[in-house]
Design a protein around this ligand. Sequence first.
Ligand code: IMP
Length: 505
Amino acid sequence: MATFFEGESHTFSEYLLVPGYSSAENIPANVSLRTPLVRFKRGEEPALSLNIPMVSAIMQAVSGPKLAVALAQEGGLSFIYGSQSADDEAAMVREVKSYKAGFVVSDSTLTPDMTLGQVMEMKERTGHSTMPVTDDGTSHGHLVGIVTSRDYRPSRDDRAKLVSEFMTPREKMIVAEDGTSLKTANDIIWDNKLNQLPIVDADNRLVALVFRKDYDSHKSRPDELLDQHKRYLVGAGINTRDYAERVPKLVDAGADVLCIDSSEGFSEWQKRTLAWIRENYGDSVRVGAGNVVDAEGFRFLADCGADFVKVGIGGGSICITREQKGIGRGQASALIDVCRARDEYYEETGVYVPVCSDGGIVYDYHMTLALAMGADFLMLGRYFARFDESPTRRVNVNGSYMKEYWGEGSARARNWQRYDLGGNKKGLSFVEGVDSYVPYAGPLKENVDNSLLKVRSTMCNCGALDLAEFREKAKLTLVSATSLVEGGAHDVLLKDSSQQVNFRS
Ligand code: IMP
């Protein structure tokens, strides 16, 4: 006979924080959000920490190289998605590790035989009006020209016109050699009154573009997350099947930390994967595991040597695991239990294994609640998918800009490894995620700054200046269903209905 699980199953929205005493010291500018990323022993410093408690989800629609750079610049970290070949994933890791501020790898590259109609579609999708033209249409193909918005008139020109007819051809372009410093590139831009300068290698392959505006924009980034060679930190997702092939490629590409990407982590597969990594790399390769939703699952993965443990089953915005399989647990209760287990484990063993709350963050205040409940850092998918830097298309849906966002267990991602325990001989399968739109929200930096200002200011209301103090001082209260109504605007007629939406992050 089945037993009843003793724990509860509440979600973030069922909780609030009761403020504590805040002194004059408690102002957002004084708050530190630095947090450990990997396990460490009592009295020692963690080998890797984050400067803000945010990582981006291991998903095709979220964590590509561009987002990884933008997030590392703010102090967080991306896990490049593993639902692609090991070589492609390693190439993305390499792109982040070789990123040089101011040198932009184009994500809107054309071929000479594309049409003006296709150019305009690409502009709409990416928001970029400068598009290099290469022989094969890749961002590292041989450079044959460039198109900017000054090269065509959208309302008058024939949409069937070919790029080769209106682009500025290579022979008329000013370019600089690979290895040119940003300062020199900028001098060339100014001396020649350019808006951008393509950088090419000795074989005339496109390397990057330097834009006039970028020279000023990468001023000081006090929180940026760098390794000892001043390269951005980046993580990468792995699975429990092809690790023997994938892990060496990712390590070789320079991945700073790995994470087993699985919807259910309390398994022998994860134990074997962790053991293989320890056998082959000792502690020099850091790897998180998950997902679990209770103390037993946490202890299992901590004992197996996981560097951090991810919590959450079924709470993700695109996730239909609970509907399809009937497993999961309310994210808040799962997190509270696992964080308690982490603290007990630390007491007993002197080893601190950080906890990551994965999925289900809908409002900015959910981030604050998750940190108060004990999460060391948060993994977010929907949140980051909405930004310029996510790898997905921006589309116009009924007059509003949207970004596409699909689950790793959706038919679109076809990442069955994450959602299939194997042994399915008949080729049967079912989806655990949906394909969707999320409202486009602009650049990552603006949004992250704004969300974290809210987190910092609530921490001040609770009298805390860092995350450890916050966990200690936070007083959580469960709210009744009726008081939930009181939490939003109510009994008034909103002049602008978008005010309701603005509450969502
Ligand atoms: P979100 O931040 O609420 O959008 O949740 C993101 C998280 O959902 C990811 O980090 C994964 O743990 C989880 N996830 C991603 N794809 C799927 C899926 O297709 N089904 C179920 N969960 C998913």
